[in-house]
Design a protein around this ligand. Structure first.
Ligand code: AMP
Ligand code: ZN
Length: 492
C-alpha cells in the first residue's frame, strides 16, 4: 500500500489561513506550481530558502508515493523594477547597463540559478517553463478576459478591470484585503495613467521605441504583464484547477492575488486548492533582498569571502541550517547560528555512519516503531522539519548509547532504524554526507591503477617505466612501499 494512504498529511493553506487535511484532486497525483526566479541577477540565500522549502515539500510528497508534476517557471520577461506596472523591465535594464542581449542576461543567471541549486542538492522540477516561451498562451488568455468584459485596451496596452471583477468576485481573497479599503487608501491616478483605476493591473504593455523585448500582439508590439505568465504556464501544464501553488510570502500580493483574478476571470473557477507561502530569510533583522544590498550569496559560503562569515561552510551545512527552521517562520541568518548548525550536522552524520558498525543484540531497548511514526508525524504536520530534526536527534542520542553499550537493538530493529534515518536524512531532508571525502576515494583509485601499471612494467622487466611511476608519484607526495603482500602507498 502506498505510504500516502497510511500517513494523513496536513498543510497550512494560506487561502483559509488554516491547517487542512491534504487531499489531491486526483488520488495519488499532485500538481504543484512554484513561482521561479526572475533571472536578472544571482540568486541570494533568501531566494534559495524559498525554493528549498518547496524542494523539501516535493521530496516528501515523492517519498509518500505521490506522482508529482512540479512546475517551477523562469521569469525572463515582464517583471518590472517596482513590482507594479511602471519602471523598466528588470532584465531589459540589466541588458542595457551591461550592453548585452536580454537573452544573454537570462542565460547567465539561469545557469547560475541551476548551479546554486545543484550545489544544495535540489531535485529538478518536472517542467521548468519560461515566460518568453509562452507569449502566445498569454495573448490567448488576454483575449478571453477582454471577451468576458473584464479587461480593456488603452493605447495598445491592456489592463485588468479590478473593480468590474470585484462586482461578482472577491479581489483580495488571498491577501484578505477588500477593495473599498484599497480605494480609500490609494492616491488618485494622475492624468498620466492610462488605467481606469489605480487597482487595475497590466496584462499587456505597449513597448516604447527603446524597449528591446517585444512581441507582436493584436493590441501593439509589446510585452506581457508579470502576473500573466504564471497563469498561462500553470494552466497549460497543470490544468484550470490544480492542487498546490507556492511562492514566498512577498508574492501573495499583488502577484498571486492577480493570478487568482486572471485565472478565475478566464476559466470561471478558482485555480488552486492549496496556496502555500514561505516566510522570509532575514539578515540583521531585515529581509534579505538584492535591491537593498542586504544579502548574502550562496557562493560566499564556499569561499568564506564575506563580512558576514567567519569561515568556509559546505553546502549541506547551509541546507541543514535552513531546514532547522519551519518554512512558515522567519529565519534570521547569523554566523553564530550557522556554526551551531554545523556542529549539529556533523553530530547527525557521525551517528548515521556509526550505524554501520553497530552490532545487533538479542533484545531492543528502544521503540523503533513509535520513533519512526514520530518522524512521519512531524512531516505530516505541515512539513515541520525542525520537529523532524529533533526526532532524528533522539535517534542520534540512542545510537551513541548503543555504541557505549548502554542500549541495544535486535537485528530487525537495527535495519528498520537504519532505513528510517537514511530515508529522512538523505531522501526527505536532502542532506548529503560531507564526511565522506569523495576526492580521497578518487585519489586512491588512481594510485591503485598506477600500482597495477607499475606491476605490469616490472613483469615485462621495463625497469625504466616502473621506476618512473614510483619517482613521479614520490615527487607528488605519494610513497609506494613494496611488501610481501603487494604494494601499498601512503600520502605524505
Ligand atoms: P524573485 O526572483 O525576486 O521573483 O524571487 C524568487 C523567490 O524568492 C520568490 O518566491 C520570493 O518570494 C523569494 N524570496 C525573495 N526574497 C526572499 C527572502 N529574503 N527570503 C525568502 N524568500 C525570498
Ligand atoms: Zn508567479
Amino acid at each position: 500500500m502506498e505510504l500516502y494512504k497510511q500517513q494523513q498529511l496536513k498543510l497550512y493553506n494560506s487561502l483559509s489561513n488554516k491547517k487542512e487535511d491534504f487531499k489531491p484532486l486526483i488520488e495519488g497525483f499532485i500538481g504543484m506550481y512554484v513561482c521561479g526566479p526572475t533571472v536578472y541577477s544571482n540568486v541570494h540565500l533568501g531566494n534559495v530558502r524559498t525554493f528549498m522549502s518547496f524542494d523539501l515539500i516535493y521530496r516528501y510528497f515523492k517519498h509518500l508515493g505521490y506522482k508529482v508534476r512540479y512546475v517551477r517557471n523562469i521569469t525572463d520577461v515582464g517583471h518590472l523594477e517596482n513590482d507594479a506596472d511602471t519602471g523598466e523591465d528588470r532584465i531589459a535594464k540589466k541588458a542595457r547597463l551591461e550592453q548585452i542581449e536580454p537573452m544573454e542576461v537570462v542565460q547567465r543567471y539561469t545557469v547560475d540559478f541551476h548551479n546554486v541549486l545543484n550545489k544544495f542538492n535540489f531535485l529538478p522540477p518536472s517542467i521548468e517553463p519560461t515566460a518568453t516561451g509562452h507569449i502566445i498562451e498569454q495573448i490567448e488568455i488576454i483575449k478571453v478576459i477582454i471577451d468576458k468584459g473584464l479587461a480593456y485596451e488603452v493605447n495598445g496596452s491592456v489592463y485588468f478591470d479590478v473593480l468590474k471583477y470585484n462586482e461578482k468576485e472577491h479581489y483580495g481573497i488571498l491577501s484578505r484585503r477588500n477593495i473599498e479599503d484599497s480605494i480609500h487608501n490609494t492616491r488618485e491616478l494622475d492624468g498620466q495613467s492610462e488605467k481606469k483605476n489605480p487597482q487595475d493591473f497590466a496584462l499587456w504593455k505597449k513597448a516604447q521605441p527603446e524597449h528591446i523585448m517585444r512581441w507582436l500582439s493584436p493590441w501593439s508590439d509589446g510585452f506581457p504583464g508579470w502576473h500573466l505568465e504564471c497563469t498561462a504556464m500553470s494552466t497549460k501544464y497543470l490544468g484550470k484547477q490544480f492542487d498546490i501553488h507556492g511562492g514566498g510570502m512577498d508574492l501573495k500580493f499583488p502577484h498571486h492575488e492577480c493570478e487568482i483574478a486572471q485565472a478565475n476571470a478566464s476559466n470561471q473557477q478558482m485555480p488552486v486548492n492549496y496556496w502555500m507561502h514561505t516566510n522570509m530569510l532575514t539578515l540583521n533583522g531585515q529581509k534579505m533582498a538584492k535591491s537593498t544590498g542586504n544579502y548574502i550569496l550562496p557562493n560566499d559560503f564556499f569561499t568564506g569571502d564575506s563580512k558576514h562569515l567567519s569561515k568556509v561552510y559546505v553546502p549541506p551545512v547551509v541546507r541543514f541550517f535552513m531546514l532547522q527552521a519551519n518554512y512558515r517562520s522567519i529565519l534570521d541568518f547569523s554566523d553564530d547560528a550557522l556554526l551551531a548548525s554545523e556542529k549539529g550536522y556533523y553530530r547527525l552524520m557521525n551517528a548515521v555512519n556509526l550505524l554501520d558498525n553497530l552490532t545487533a543484540s538479542k533484545s531492543s531497548t528502544f521503540d523503533v516503531k513509535t520513533w519512526k511514526q514520530n518522524c512521519y508525524d512531524a512531516m505530516n504536520d505541515d512539513f515541520n522539519s525542525p520537529v523532524l530534526i529533533a526526532q532524528l536527534f533522539e535517534g542520534v542520542k540512542f545510537i551513541n548509547s548503543v555504541r557505549d553499550g548502554n542500549e541495544s537493538l535486535t537485528q530487525e530493529d537495527l535495519s528498520a532504524f537504519k532505513t528510517t534515518i537514511n530515508t529522512f536524512v538523505f531522501d526527505v531532508l536532502g542532506l548529503e554526507d560531507a564526511t565522506v571525502d569523495d576526492s580521497s576515494d578518487k585519489l586512491s583509485g588512481i594510485v591503485e591503477m598506477l600500482i597495477e601499471m607499475r606491476n605490469e612494467a616490472r613483469a615485462n622487466k621495463d625497469w625504466t617505466l616502473s621506476d618512473k611511476i614510483r619517482d613521479k608519484l614520490l615527487e607528488r607526495g605519494i610513497q609506494l612501499k613494496d611488501g610481501k603482500d603487494g604494494t601499498t602507498f601512503s600520502v605524505n
